[in-house]
Design a protein around this ligand. Structure first.
Ligand code: ATP
Ligand code: FE
Length: 355
């Protein structure tokens, strides 16, 4: 099975071709056009700018993905496209493009949930069996999901307010570090003392896997303002200590909640227990390290796909397309773009904040 994937739900325009010949799946091409530069002056993704840039770049992106793969549309089996959740203008640009390609070629069309794309990535890279536990931790999301099948997810909990990536980005802004904030806060934290400032570990006193990161942001603002009020500005060391303290607090929360998610998951008695991570924040070495330790202690295998497949890309959409295609889950009806689309609709009422 060979599928073209198209992704445009946030600030990356992407297209990829993935082939599954029965054994290990192969990424024949994966093209990503980032928009960071376009949004940089505004300190965050501007939906209108994103939508226009997606519409401008998407055809070129698809063309490049096909060319790199050395394939034309008629040698594909289907087209998979992110149909949500995300910034609706961007999602529409992708869906329109994919619909046009499908109509022109007669290929079946598959509408993929972006979060399912992230959640199924470990099966593309590591050939895992269901069910496995997934921590999706990115700029817009933070949730624990048990992945039971290509179309079956059980959400254990997640953030009730900000996503950690968003908190990293705001922290960078407050400390005067460049965007995206994750990598710059991580490198600033290298020389820092995580114990100098006392940052909260929100919701650890409550049972379950829900998390909160907005209080951490307020705590950081207060700590920074206190230093500025006292000394008139921040030294390199102050920045490093604030960054390290913030990062350690995020890591501790993710670690403790992972322990709880693991015990809920282990109760299902999976043959080979696995915790997999995805999302940009999973690139953080401190966070990776602490999660690895949690897994080692719980005798759970830790899987972290390569970074280019953790952040937004279209190979994960093409792969999710393959998983759906194998089950015959082709979208016969009119495919609609959805700004919101929880992975686990049965628990819709429990989902607070985020997408
Ligand atoms: P989503 O996928 O939820 O729609 P997104 O596309 O913004 O959101 P990703 O591309 O997966 O998310 O990740 C980007 C986020 O990851 C940014 O907030 C960025 O600051 C954060 N990030 C990247 N590298 C690191 C790092 N080393 N440490 C912490 N955070 C990081
Ligand atoms: Fe994403």
């Amino acid at each position: 099975i060979t599928i073209l994937g198209v992704e445009s739900s946030c600030d990356d325009t992407a297209a990829a071709v993935v082939r599954d010949s029965g054994g290990r799946a192969e990424i024949l091409s994966s093209v990503v056009y980032g928009q960071t530069g376009l949004h940089a002056p505004f300190g965050g993704v501007v939906p209108e700018i994103a939508a226009r840039a997606h519409a401008e770049k998407i055809d070129l992106c698809v063309e490049e993905a096909l060319k790199t793969a050395g394939l034309s549309l008629d040698s594909l089996d289907a087209i998979a496209v992110t149909a949500g959740p995300g910034l609706i203008g961007g999602v529409i640009a992708g869906v329109m493009c994919a619909k046009g390609l499908a109509a022109g070629s007669g290929l079946p069309l598959l509408g993929i949930n972006h979060l399912a794309g992230h959640a199924l990535t470990p099966r593309l890279t590591d050939a895992l069996d269901f069910p496995y536990l997934m921590l999706l931790v990115s700029g817009g999301h933070c949730q624990f999901v048990i992945v039971e099948g290509p179309n079956s997810f059980s959400r254990l909990g997640g953030t009730i307010d900000d996503a950690p990536g968003e908190a990293f980005d705001k922290t960078a802004k407050l400390l005067g570090l460049p965007q995206p904030g994750g990598p710059s806060v991580e490198s600033a934290a290298l020389g820092g003392d995580p114990a100098r400032f006392d940052f909260p570990r929100p919701l650890l006193d409550r049972p379950g896997c829900d998390m909160s990161f907005s209080g951490l942001k307020t705590a950081l603002l207060r700590a920074r303002n206190a230093v500025v009020a006292e000394k008139g500005g921040l030294t390199e060391q102050d920045r490093a200590d604030l960054a390290a303290g913030f990062q350690a607090a995020v890591a501790d929360v993710l670690a403790e909640k992972s322990r709880r998610a693991i015990s809920e998951y282990i109760a299902l008695a999976p043959a080979q227990p696995v915790l997999a991570v995805a999302g940009g924040v999973a690139a953080n070495q401190t966070i990776r390290g602490i999660l690895e330790t949690v897994c080692t202690n719980a005798a759970v295998h830790f899987v972290a796909p390569p970074l280019a497949l953790c952040t937004d890309n279209a190979a994960m959409i093409a792969w999710a397309g393959i998983e759906h295609f194998r089950l015959g889950l082709v979208d016969e009806a009119e495919l609609v773009a959805r700004p919101r689309w929880p992975l686990d609709p049965s628990k819709r009422s429990l989902i607070g904040g985020g997408k």
